[in-house]
Unconditional design. Structure first.
Length: 98
């Protein structure tokens, strides 16, 4: 009977440690934001991308691919390689020099 009590108390202490120690660290890491470029309006394939066509959005780090474009200068003057819908994240594969 004593062993069960000790195991129960240890499990409760571990649960409290996870709840108040580990979970806030994970939430803090998930809250990080990064600026990415999105389409301000629909962009047709072959259309030159101008500053009016793009906007900067703050988004959570998780779910953003490594190919997302973060620098305006890298995309202005390039051409859309495919149709890009409004509010879509601009990716390197969606643009080209032509």
């Amino acid at each position: 009977m004593k062993n069960r009590t000790v195991i129960g108390i240890v499990c409760m202490l571990l649960a409290v440690a996870v709840c108040f120690g580990v979970a806030p660290l994970i939430n803090k890491a998930a809250d990080k934001k990064v600026d990415v470029l999105c389409a301000a309006a629909d962009i047709r394939q072959g259309q030159m991308i101008t500053e009016q066509d793009i906007k900067v959005e703050k988004m959570g780090v998780y779910g953003i691919t490594a190919t997302a474009i973060k620098d305006k200068e890298a995309v202005i003057g390039m051409y859309a390689a495919c149709d890009i819908k409004q509010d879509a994240i601009l990716l390197e594969a969606n643009t080209n020099q032509q």
